[in-house]
Design a protein around this ligand. Sequence first.
Ligand code: ATP
Ligand code: MG
Length: 357
Amino acid sequence: MVNIRKFKNFITDSMAIDMGTASTIIAVKGRDIVIDEPSLVAVNEITGEIVAYGKEAADMQGRESRDIAVVAPLSRGVVADFERTKKMLGYFVEKAKSGGAQIVIEAVIGMPSEITPVEQRALLNAAEEANIGKVFMMEEGLAAAFGAGISPEDKRASAVVDIGASTTNIAIVAKGNIIHSRSERIGSQEINEAISTHIRRHRGLQIGEETTEKLKTEFATTFLPSDLSRSIVVRGRDVITGNPSAVEITIGELYPVVEAIVRRVALIVSDTLTELRPEVAADIHDRGILLTGGGALLQGIDQYLRERVNLPVLVADEPRYATVRGLLQMFDEPVLLERVTKREPDFLQNAEVPFEA
Ligand SMILES: Nc1ncnc2c1ncn2[C@@H]1O[C@H](COP(=O)(O)OP(=O)(O)OP(=O)(O)O)[C@@H](O)[C@H]1O
Ligand SMILES: [Mg+2]
């Protein structure tokens, strides 16, 4: 009552938050993407203190000093380590905020479809501690679909396959609803593990995460190249002697390692497509599949899936940002926002932030 005038000075930051296993991406209404950083924290193991977040923590990974451990507080996109997730989210939200003190924050946060009430509660608590006044939670599959360009009004069905770091999520949407979904614990990170295991076992070289990621994103393909002998030098630590060492890897050697993982993803997709009702199947047959998530950036994955499922397959524009852009769109569609998001009433009662001011 007393402070209504004061509230008029508040500015609202409307944030869309996609906290993934690999990256946290935040977009703010009017400013698009403002945060795109690894979901990592660097912890001093002696004091337990967090010494770096995001990109800065990632830069330490693999070369961290003795007392520092770089850890990922989220696993399969849900909160695995509550305290650190909370601090990490707080750090990113603070960094994403517009300048000035008088800012209230409302946020739409993406959540996996199969999230448990306990996990949802943990995410809400983390958001509360990050000073977010009003929280909406929305299923990631739906957000990815909107962000990939599917209209909430479209009554015909569309299929969106999001390949993240740890999860492949398939959502069939129509009229702004998820009508069928499936989520499996396989993602692009699996390819990293397959690559580093292969090189260790078959070539006797241990390689770090940064080297593995580079091999995957800059060299690996999911189609057999015409020149199988195209090669790259990979450096690491010799398994037997422990000495710094290097081996030459050809694309012909790497291809089957990567293909084995992508084949499993393709099987999940084609299997899910057999679970659809006839009209829905007809729509998907006509329209094909949209790919989102960082895993969609793997060279040739669209072509690979097209051949396996026998349907058109298209990679969305900036596939890693589809989810966050879909979440952000909700601020322009208040009715839809209310309909598609979940909130926890008692949580909101505790959030005394002057939104109507
Ligand atoms: N150019 C690229 N080629 C191949 N893979 C890539 C490329 N760029 C990113 N990736 C992979 O995409 C994954 C990250 O994707 P994304 O940011 O969608 O994951 P996430 O949302 O954090 O994970 P999840 O949704 O599983 O929780 C990483 O495993 C990364 O290696
Ligand atoms: Mg994701």
